[in-house]
Structures are given as C-alpha cells and as structure tokens.
Design a protein around this ligand. Sequence first.
Ligand SMILES: [Zn+2]
Ligand SMILES: [Zn+2]
Length: 431
Amino acid sequence: MCMKCKEEKAVLITRVNDAFCRACFMVYVTHKFRAAIGKSKLIRDGEQVLVGYSGGQSSSCLLHLIQEGLSERAHKKLRFQPALLFIDEGAVTDMPHEERRIIHEKIVQLMEGTGYFYHVRSLEQAMELDIIDKKTGESDGEPRVPELHGNESSSPVFYPELEQKLKSLLNSLKTLSAKEEMIRQLRQCLMISVARQHNYSKIMVGECSTQLAVKLLSDIAQGRGAHVSMETTFADRRHGDLITVRPIRDFSSKEVAIYNKLCNVETIFIPTLTTKTQEGSTIEHLTEAFVTGLQTDYLSTVSNIIRTGEKLSTDVSKEQNCALCQAPLDTDVPVSSALNAVEFSMQVSRKKTETTKVKEDSSCCGEGDGSCHSQTDCINRKDIDSELCYGCRLIVNDLDDINELPPYLLKEISWRSRRSKMKSDIQQYLL
Ligand SMILES: [Zn+2]
Ligand SMILES: [Zn+2]
C-alpha cells in the first residue's frame, strides 16, 4: 500500500519503507526538485540557464523535470529559461566518426524535441580555448542578455587537428584515473567557456546523490579533500558570478531510474573511457563499485556520505585559485607540512627520470630581454605546480610532457607567473 495516500497500491519502494504509488511518487520527486530550486532563491524569473545534457539517466531526468516545471500544467510554473549544452566526448574513446555522427543526430533530435535553444560542442574544442575564466566578481546589476543566434550544428563538425591534440594529451597521462580527471576538467572548462561566451549566469547539472557520493569519496582519495564541499553542494560558486547548481542532488540513482521509466524518458547510452574496463581501473570506478555495493546492503549509505559531506566546507577566503579547476588553492601550507614532504620526494624522484626531458621544461628563446613570446617554453613544472591545487598537481605530475597541456592553461599559468615575477621585482620599490 502507498504510504502517502494509503489508497493506491504501491508500485515502487524508494528507500527502506517508502512505498509509493505512481501518482504519489511523482508528487514526491517534483516537490523535491522544486524545493531545491526554490529554497536556494538563486534562479531569477526569466534568467537564462545553461543546462548540461549528456543523454544519460541523470541529465535526462533533470531535463524532463525542467520541461514539466515549465509547462503550463505545472502547479506553480518555473520561470527561468533553459538552454541545453551537449558535449560530444567521442574522441576520448576513439569512437569512429560514423558512430559519433549517429549519436550526435540522436541527441540533437532529443534536444530539438524540447523546443529549447541548444549548443553542441566536442570535448576536443577545449584544446583551442583561448579565453580564460575571469571572475567578474559581483554582478554590476546589469541583467545579462544571452546572445542567441539560432541553434548550432545540427550536423556534427569534426576537428581532426584538435582531436589529435586531445588524444596526445590523454596519451601523455600514464594512469586512467588521471585521464578521467583531465577529461572532467576539460569538460568543465568548455562548459564555462560556452556559458561566458553566451552570457549565461547559471549552469545546471544533473548530478544525483549517488554520483555525488562517489565523487565525494573519490575526490578525497585523489587529493581534492579541500574542495569536496564545492564539488557536491547545491551551488558551486568557484567561478564567481557564474554559479553551477545541482537541483537533483537529493535524488538517488534509483529514483532517477524509476522516474525515467515512469515518464518514458528516452536516454542514450554513450560509452566512456571506463565503460569496458575492470572494476578497479580508476579510483572513481573503484569507488563507484564500493558505494553501490554498500548501498545494496545498507540503504542509507549514499545519504550518510552526502550528510557527512555537508558538514565539510571549503575555505573560499583564499584569494588565489587553481588555474585548472578554479577552486581556491589549498597548497598554501607551512614548510614543515606533509604536502611539502610529498612534493620534495616527488621532485627528487622526478630528477632521476627527467634528465632527458629537461629541454622541454626549461628551453626559452634565450634573448632574456623579455622579448620571448614562446610562452609555453618558458614555464617549467615548478611554475605550473605553483598555480595548481593539490589535486590538479597530481594530474600534471602524471603527465609525461607538459607541452601537451591545453594552451589556455599554459597561457594562464605563464601570465600568472610573469605577474608574480614582476610583483617580486618591484617589491623593494613599494612603500
Ligand atoms: Zn499514493
Ligand atoms: Zn585544481
């Protein structure tokens, strides 16, 4: 029997004893979604929101909830204006162009069906990004007006050269975990750049609690402990006035799956880097197996992890942020810290293996009069490290050749290190 209305026969059980009939389940999830958006008071009426859409279970569920919430039949109509963004990551798995074309068409067809404006990007386009996310601080009160010029690329565009660059970056990373992390950062960067380019002030992502619990634990395991609260909270504010929100973070993956089934939501399965790999192939994959395994026997596993995560906070008072993930730098620690000990031992061991590769790290045009414009050549690993958080340092540490890094990142780091060098040069003249 449904525990809510106590009239209808229950068709599903969400948690230990929460048996719902279909109608009551719909009320329950819709309320959860609306409450998350309403409670935050972040999304204004008429605001243009960029919604990340991958065709997968969670983002499809989010998209459907948005459609329902914006429809005339909704009890209290939502009033923001969604636009969709799909990022094609086929290059990562070496997917043949023909296959990518088929997926692309299918996704576009689904996005067209919503009637919303949409953007399509390929992950390799992150390799040509030039703009760097500049925090514009507090909004100046001017409403942002997105520039919409009609939908983009209804047929896929391929970028063989960029694709090659992306592949060689990933090939230069030794471990699958680092590859996965790098992909995540590139994806994030591409999203931010699309949002900045078109003046969106919010990004909505469909991460559910099960995914966030996995992310929280694997982030801790991968040296991102200082940032887990940003990565899992409702509103991620690391990009200043461009806020990422997670409206279905209270949904379990089971609720998402049930919702999609009951509403006939069409989803598309797209293989990722770890789809056909073994359980322990990456830290995230292993954590996922661990969390979902526990969840089967102990139904409150995910919610316990999330609750515990909510007690953590990220120190956002730090002025400097990481050049790659944009989270506040967590590497500003005393000399006697464990971090410095680890860095030291890495430095020592790297010297042994890297003597043959010194030239790529330290070669400069040699003029020495400041005329050197081959910026990427003039920064070395130390420069890069000093602008990265601990978690991102680990990714770069795993990289064979720093020249493979995306140009926007190298540019940003080179700009930052020139600025800090200048700062220290004029230090003695300052009052
Ligand atoms: Zn009921
Ligand atoms: Zn970082």
